[in-house]
Design a protein around this ligand. Structure first.
Ligand code: NAD
Ligand code: UFG
Length: 346
């Protein structure tokens, strides 16, 4: 695509965050013009400064909340936005159990507030960040996209509710184009080591926890459960490199810009790895030891979860290309170059 003003301009909500910042970089590389709206509740503007540096193109940020309709209306009146990639939301499962109202308000209320403004402005194309968590405890693996929806926590409920809202919206007005992307377990970082996942406090997720153990910020990994019916007794997940995931968004965006209607795809690799496999692979990539101890299961966890991502290949001509070695090596480069995440530079 040419750099001219005719290049489509897209709004990226939550674009300063982990997956959003990697996607902004891929969008700029694909020739899109980008505007980010993020309230920085779980991110740092430094991520976008680095995206601009890596791409040599602007990655402008409006600091604000998707629930602030006057701000969103002004932004849409000012900018010629053609589509929205909607990442903004809260994502910690445990926190959602403790603070359900804040999850329903931010995720569901935030999305309906945003959709109202988009409808008013005639912007009817959206790529939405959903999650494999909508499947709850799957009956079969790999999980096809038409498997039953049975979220097991308020966070998962918000994703399932937003999916339903989007389906109803497309049904009410067939001019809308909506892509629902159900991510499996995003990990890794851009290979430059300049942007990556920067969780606040002690990480909830496996890969950032393992990398903080390897770099010496945390003492040892607690492996949640060694008695699952899996190859080595530890939980199995479909880890997907964040750069592959970001490219999946570029493919989904091209489709929503090209035709109306709604579609839902799984974005995963189709292959599962256990906690101990991840730990060993990370030791190999980092050359550091990752001491661990097997403890009890984490409430709400499932034994295994991996995707049937064949529909994404069929509809988007997309499939994951980066393997476990790249996921670990790129996480390690980001972690070792930025042991305190973005905080050192902000
Ligand atoms: P993240 O927290 O790094 O990014 C989310 C961004 O949204 C943050 O920058 C945050 O500041 C912003 N935000 C939150 N509420 C907002 C609001 N009301 N208004 C404006 N900005 C707001 O998380 P991420 O891992 O990059 O996830 C992005 C999206 O993908 C989320 O919707 C998440 O639920 C979904 N998802 C993530 C995973 C995962 O494991 N990381 C898995 C499946 C789905
Ligand atoms: N695990 C540990 N120790 C830790 C952290 C995790 O053993 O300190 C284990 C878990 O028990 C699980 C695996 O590592 O077996 C992966 O756990 P994560 O917390 O990294 O990921 P989850 O699969 O539990 O959930 C993640 C996101 C959800 C999202 C889901 C989609 O946190 O928001 O992936 O599949 F919905």
């Amino acid at each position: 695509m040419d750099e001219a003003h005719s290049a489509p301009k897209v709004l990226v909500t939550g674009g300063a965050g982990y997956i959003g910042s990697h996607t902004v970089l891929e969008l700029l590389g694909a020739g899109y013009r980008v505007m980010v709206l993020d309230n920085l509740s779980n991110s740092n503007a430094e991520s976008l400064r680095r995206v601009a540096e890596l791409s040599g193109k602007p990655a402008p940020l409006v600091v604000g909340d998707i629930r602030d309709q006057s701000l969103v209306r002004d932004l849409l009146a000012r900018e010629q936005i053609q589509a929205v990639l909607h990442f903004a939301g809260l994502k910690a499962v445990g926190e959602s159990v403790e603070q359900p109202l804040s999850y329903y308000d931010n995720n569901v209320g935030g999305t309906t507030a945003l959709l109202e403004c988009l409808a008013e402005a005639g912007v009817r194309a959206m790529v939405f960040s959903s999650s494999a968590t909508v499947y709850g405890d799957p009956r079969h693996v790999p999980i096809p996209v038409d498997a039953p929806i049975a979220p097991a926590n308020p966070y998962g409920q918000t994703k399932a509710m937003i999916e339903q809202i989007l389906a109803d919206l497309v049904h009410s007005d067939p001019r809308w184009a909506v892509a629902i992307l159900r991510y499996f377990n995003p990990v890794g970082a851009h290979p430059s080591g300049r942007i990556g996942e920067d969780p606040r406090g002690i990480p909830n997720n496996l890969m950032p926890y393992v990398s903080q153990v390897a770099v010496g910020r945390l003492a040892e990994l607690a492996v949640f459960g060694g008695d699952y019916p899996t190859l080595d007794g530890t939980g199995v997940r479909d880890y997907i490199h964040v750069v592959d995931l970001a490219r999946g968004h570029v493919a989904a965006l091209a489709r929503v810009l090209a035709r109306p209607g709604a579609f839902t795809v799984n974005l995963g690799t189709g292959r599962g790895y256990s906690v101990l496999e991840i730990t060993r692979a990370f030791e190999g990539a980092s050359g550091r030891q990752v001491p661990y101890r097997i403890v009890g299961r984490r409430p709400g966890d499932i034994a295994q979860c991996y995707a049937d991502a064949s529909l994404a290949l069929q509809l988007l001509d997309w499939q994951a290309e980066l393997g476990l070695e790249a996921m670990c090596a790129d996480t390690w480069r980001w972690q070792s170059d930025n042991p305190q995440g973005y905080r050192e530079t902000s």
